[in-house]
Design a protein around this ligand. Structure first.
Ligand code: NAD
Length: 488
């Protein structure tokens, strides 16, 4: 089987220089654990502090740079990501385990995000216009409202989308005139490094962008604790998000959290059943279910419940699970051995709780030693743990609903609120659902996973905290408002 290059230059990028660290780690390919993808430097608190200092020193200059300058930098990064999407997609598929077409699409998405925020440098206009000018309540006085950058932002990313999530944090941070310390997840250092390497050649002043790789406990926590980090954007699990929130709020740093989900896809009796099954397969199982927007609860109206489950079971039987680089494979491995063991434990929990097993949930052997699992489906009750807790793997459950109102109540009966979908041909129910689903994003006749890059992304309840990411709304987090009064 294909063994690619071992990336041995995966180092920190601090104050415009590449640095080694006292300790190193390795990342391996989850499709083939005999393949080392990268040997990488692991930063400590001292290096993290140095990166924060560099970002702090670089901020005054960068925050007053012209929108043209920022746009040029971001456009250049976006163009390179798009031009190299196949090569970088291969790296992503090797290190994270997404199937190659999804990995290539993710890199392209990261490129589009940088291109979009190249435009936002002008449209958002932090520090250089883009505000509003109003008549004052007082005669002869003029008022304007402008947006200014925040300072140093600490960006903490998860492993499951190692190009897209960092892109949608780094690009708006830079577009709006902030300096950045970026910490990727330890599972995917080569992806974080590859992105940083492109950024390092985009003519940014030294210190404006810094990369520190290392553990969450040390590097991540140092970002959370540092009084010189003005804002923190975190994407990851709810448990770590809570920690980040507590630490950041205690010192009054601005904080934005994007966390887990237990997203529902509602299927009504009037839905196009083939489309509904398609949405369920894509939403619940593609990317091995390792997406915060995965639909792990399939809430199906009683009249079509059995037919839906039967068709979904047939589709799951036919899904090809295997090496992420193998042509025709639809689902790659899960991220690592620990997660595979965790998912298999969930299968046992489901059985022990009395959920009815429909399909899958077994460890699979393939030609290479990887973390493979067959897509699992259970029929559950609303109180079952598999219907309530985020699993973040290829495991979904079906809940039976008596009618639309019951389906909506089940959909909202969760501590999470990232996204929710509905499959129906009823305009009335679709419109009602869009208004009453307690989530940040709704999808009608579409999979819950799969979003655009120019509109807000994020959730409510336990899924998110603070302003939304992406699109124009990103300015709400990455800038602060100033009101100016002047005697005209
Ligand atoms: P995680 O919470 O374990 O780690 C996320 C990041 O936080 C990593 O970089 C990690 O090193 C860092 N970290 C760990 N401890 C820290 C600490 N004490 N202080 C600061 N940083 C620390 O999450 P993960 O396993 O990498 O990612 C999976 C989770 O991410 C899932 O729950 C998923 O739903 C969520 N996710 C959410 C979104 C979204 O936008 N809502 C997108 C992708 C993933």
């Amino acid at each position: 089987m294909f063994h690619g290059e071992i990336h041995q230059n995966v180092r920190q990028y601090i104050n415009g220089r590449w640095e080694t660290s006292a300790t190193t780690g390795v990342s391996t390919n989850p499709s083939d654990t005999s393949e080392v993808v990268a040997e990488y430097a692991r930063a400590d608190r001292r290096q993290t502090d140095a990166a924060i200092r560099a970002a702090s020193d670089a901020f005054p200059h960068w925050s007053h740079s012209t929108p043209q300058r920022r746009a040029d930098v971001l456009d250049r990064i976006g163009a390179e990501l798009l031009a190299r999407k196949d090569e970088l997609g291969l790296l992503l598929a090797r290190e994270e385990g997404k199937v190659l077409p999804e990995a290539v699409a993710e890199v392209a998405r990261a490129g589009q995000v940088f291109k979009f925020f190249a435009g936002e440098a002008f449209r958002g206009g932090a520090g250089a216009g883009g505000g509003e000018s109003l008549a004052s309540a007082r005669a002869g006085v003029q008022v304007d409202v402008t947006r200014e950058p925040l300072g140093v932002v600490g960006l903490i990313a998860p492993w499951n989308a190692p190009f897209a999530v960092p892109a949608w944090k780094i690009a708006p941070a830079l577009a709006h005139g902030n300096s950045v310390v970026f910490k990727p997840a330890e599972r995917v250092p080569a992806c974080g490094w590859a992105l940083a390497e492109i950024i390092s050649r985009a003519a940014l002043p030294a210190g404006v962008f810094n990369l520190v790789m290392g553990s969450g406990r040390e590097v991540g926590q140092a970002l959370v604790d540092s009084p010189h980090v003005d804002a923190l954007s975190f994407t990851g699990s709810a448990a770590v998000g809570e920690r980040v929130l507590r630490g950041a709020s205690a010192r009054r740093a601005r904080v934005q959290l994007e966390m887990g989900g237990k997203n529902a896809l509602v299927v009504l009796a009037d839905a196009d059943l083939e489309r509904a099954v398609d949405c369920a397969v894509q939403g619940a199982y593609f990317s091995a279910g390792q997406r915060c927007t995965a639909s792990s609860r399939l809430i199906v109206e009683a009249a079509v419940h059995d037919a839906f489950v039967a068709r979904l079971r047939e589709r799951l039987k036919a899904l090809r699970v295997g090496h992420a680089l193998e042509r025709g494979v639809e689902i790659g491995p899960v991220a690592d051995a620990e997660r595979l063991a965790g998912h298999l434990a969930w299968v046992e929990i489901a059985r022990a709780e009395g959920a009815e097993h429909v399909w899958g949930g077994e460890a699979l052997e393939r030609a290479t030693a990887g973390h493979y699992m067959s897509p699992a489906l259970f029929l559950a009750e609303p109180g079952h743990r598999i219907a309530r807790e985020e699993i973040f793997g290829p495991l979904a459950c079906v809940l039976r609903a008596t009618d639309y109102e019951h389906a909506l109540a089940l959909c909202n009966d969760t501590p999470f609120g990232l996204c929710a979908g509905i499959c129906t041909n009823s305009l009335k129910h679709a419109m009602h659902f869009r208004r009453h689903a307690e989530v940040g994003m709704t999808m009608v006749n579409l999979p819950t996973a799969g979003v655009d890059f120019h509109v807000p992304f994020g959730g409510r309840k336990g899924s998110g905290y603070g302003p939304r990411e992406q699109g124009r709304h990103a300015a709400e987090f990455y800038t602060q408002v100033k009101t100016g009064y002047m005697l005209a």
